[in-house]
Unconditional design. Structure first.
Length: 321
């Protein structure tokens, strides 16, 4: 079975998410954006002209506004990529809140490479801390309404997905599927294609067949979960009565309740509970900070929100010498 990402510590999660080196490749690209293909020793024209190579000192990474910190897991790697003779001392770990003026980390060492790495460090920390701060706000609002867990989606910045999913965890949220490779999400378009190809049977039969096929085609390490999207109470009733949901190898373990009103969500929860179906319910579609408490109050188990990443603003963080 695949690793349960949501059971890992933040340090373990970062290592797991970067197992394929995707975060490292992104950091390398960020470095090359600033340094280009020139000689690294002189690529920063300004620092080369005004800062002697032997000069050493201290810089403080400081929060300019309140928020939740994320991205410090990358700090040592960024410094190594810049070949910086600089040591980092973290004062506020990832996942903790900060106030304006608070020091997040201290850098000590050569000033020229510190200046070269400055923008990459601040861009990563600012973006990821913005995602973590947004997530923390959504998690707090959801808790006001009920016990639903808040999950991210694949609506991430291209190339930044693994880091943004790490940031969601820093903010108290949970990881959904990483991509198309580690979980199954059967949507209405998938079922429409099956019907168009002449697949026989009612909705429940189509789902059971699709789930069975998905598990056969799954990578060797297996799938994190199998989820089915339903957009009406009638569809949910069909798959429950047709024994297409549950823990079995031909059943979906999670139902995605897409773009439903709170009344519809309550009805789905009631139907699930009355039928004693062993399936989790996830609300999704247009989830906003202003609505997530009401959604959570319906009794759903999970809420996925693209706004955690898509709508996050960069947290203002600076480096002061």
């Amino acid at each position: 079975m695949p690793t349960d990402l949501n059971a890992l510590t933040l340090a373990e999660l970062y290592k797991e998410l970067n197992a394929q080196g995707l975060a490292t490749r992104l950091l390398e690209l960020a470095r090359e954006e600033d340094l280009g293909s020139f000689n690294w020793e002189t690529a920063d024209v300004t620092s080369t002209c005004f800062v002697d190579d032997w000069l050493r000192g201290e810089g403080k990474i400081v929060a300019r506004e309140p928020g939740t910190v994320a991205g410090l897991a990358c700090l040592d790697e960024i410094l190594n990529l810049y070949r910086a003779d600089v040591d980092a001392f973290i004062k506020v770990p990832d996942g903790q809140t900060v106030q304006p003026g608070q020091t997040i980390a201290t850098l000590r060492g050569k000033l020229r490479p510190m200046l070269m790495a400055e923008r990459t460090i601040l861009n990563i920390l600012g973006r990821l801390s913005g995602v973590a701060t947004t997530t923390a706000a959504f998690v707090a609002e959801a808790a006001k309404g009920g016990h639903a867990k808040v999950y991210d989606t694949r609506k991430t910045t291209p190339g930044l997905r693994m880091l943004e999913k790490y940031a969601v965890r820093c903010g108290g949220g949970f990881c959904h599927r990483l991509g198309l490779f580690d979980a199954v999400l059967i949507k209405d378009n998938h079922l429409a294609v099956m019907k168009d190809r002449g697949a026989a049977g009612d909705l429940a039969t189509l789902v059971r067949n699709a789930v069975s096929q998905a598990r056969l085609e799954a990578p060797r390490e297996g799938l994190r979960f199998v989820m089915l999207e339903v957009d009406s109470i009638d569809q949910m009733r069909q798959v429950i009565e047709g024994n297409a949901v549950g823990p079995g190898d031909n059943q979906a373990g999670i139902l995605l309740l897409d773009n439903m009103s709170t009344d519809q969500l309550k009805a789905c929860v009631q139907l699930r509970d009355q039928s004693k179906a062993r399936v989790e319910l996830e609300a999704s579609g247009g989830v906003r900070l202003e609505t997530i408490a009401a959604i959570s109050s319906t009794g759903v188990d999970r809420i996925s929100a693209g706004a955690l990443t898509r709508g996050a603003l960069t947290l203002d963080i600076g480096l002061d010498f």
